[in-house]
Design a protein. Structure first.
Length: 239
């Protein structure tokens, strides 16, 4: 942690303390890392993406660096680039000058570049295996983060193909299947094992997973049923 050495309220920026410090530990620009500024656009982002950081890198032509910065917070950039309602743009300070930066389009641009590269198999650090039941957005995001951390990860899905509600609940025109497939293939390429067509309670059980030496199990099965509205006629078939 950086240690604050200078009282900003009293400092006039003369630099005498920096030049005269025998230990060479004083700097005029020191700050507490914990007090890193959170911009309004980043604060509005549910994933906390550092958009000001990666957009600045894009303006400098540093696409790889921008991509790596997005990776720190966003496991499914190609998907969010298509379906996110981008609340960040509503808080963009640029709109006080003319109009908000098209953050969503820039995210999609970086994501398209990301998916062109071949996934690198993550370094396996831990022996203890993790099982994830469900391959929707929560399951995929958890698998991405866990395999990056070095865990052996297996994802189990009841449907014939992984993706969950991303595949069955979002229309093709909004989230093209090729984008979803590319995002899942990338995560699989990092070392995540996918098993489809297996239903928890029938083909899978909690005791069975434990017997297969899974030390942690995440249930990411989603909300499969709609909430009922307590009004007359709501119980009629096909409503």
């Amino acid at each position: 942690m950086a240690i604050k050495q200078i009282d900003d309220a009293k400092c006039i920026g003369c630099g005498v303390c920096v030049n005269s410090c025998s230990m060479d530990v004083l700097r005029l620009n020191q700050f507490l890392i914990e007090k890193e500024e959170i911009t309004p656009c980043r604060s509005a982002c549910p994933a906390g993406v550092n958009m000001r950081g990666y957009i600045y890198l894009l303006t400098q032509g540093k696409l790889e660096e921008a991509m790596n910065l997005i990776r720190e917070a966003l496991p499914l950039p190609a998907i969010t680039g298509h379906v996110c309602f981008h609340p960040c743009e509503k808080e963009c300070a640029r709109k006080e000058v003319d109009e908000a930066v098209n953050i969503n389009a820039l995210e999609r641009y970086v994501a398209d570049y990301w998916l062109q590269e071949k996934a690198k198999r993550a370094l396996r650090i831990y022996v203890k295996k993790v099982a994830i039941v469900g391959s929707g957005p929560a399951g995929l995001a958890a698998a991405y983060d866990l395999v990056k951390m070095g865990y052996p990860v297996a994802v189990f899905e009841a449907q014939p193909f992984p993706g969950g509600m991303l595949r069955t609940g979002i229309p093709e025109y909004r989230l093209p299947e090729r984008i979803l497939e590319a995002q899942i293939d990338y995560i699989e390429g990092m070392g995540v094992d996918f098993t489809t067509g297996v239903t928890f309670g029938k083909d899978l059980t909690l005791s069975g997973l434990r017997k297969n030496d899974y030390k942690a199990i995440l249930f990411a099965i989603g909300a499969q049923q709609s909430r009922k509205i307590d009004i007359d006629g709501a119980q009629i078939p096909d409503v």
